[in-house]
Design a protein around this ligand. Sequence first.
Ligand code: ZN
Length: 132
Amino acid sequence: MVVIRVRTTKHTSFVNITSQVREAVRSSGVRSGMCLVYVPHTTACVFVNEGADPDVVKDIAYSLEKLIPWKDSYAHGEGNSAAHIRSALVGNSRVIPVEDGELVLGTWEAIFLAEFDGPRERKVIVKVIKED
Ligand code: ZN
């Protein structure tokens, strides 16, 4: 298991962690299997989407903010319910196939840590499971 540490610098931000996950896969020595990427936080999460055009993740952030506004009649007293809801909807794990010792990602795909209540120090857990 590899733990990637990410320091986010804004309240909402999407950090491309693809190169760190690739490095974790290479260091595992697994040639064929599955790579689990897990975020053990309740106001941050992980997703796979286009990494080539930064406007795509900007639009994802914009749309999530529109769907789940920061201020609303939420019950949770900490005042960050929107971050919890956005994270719950996006999800805190992804599984990516590994073949020939590399992540099998589409040409434009990248792995992002999504921060919804930063800036904070975040952890991303990477576990590579070997196929028999
Ligand atoms: Zn909270």
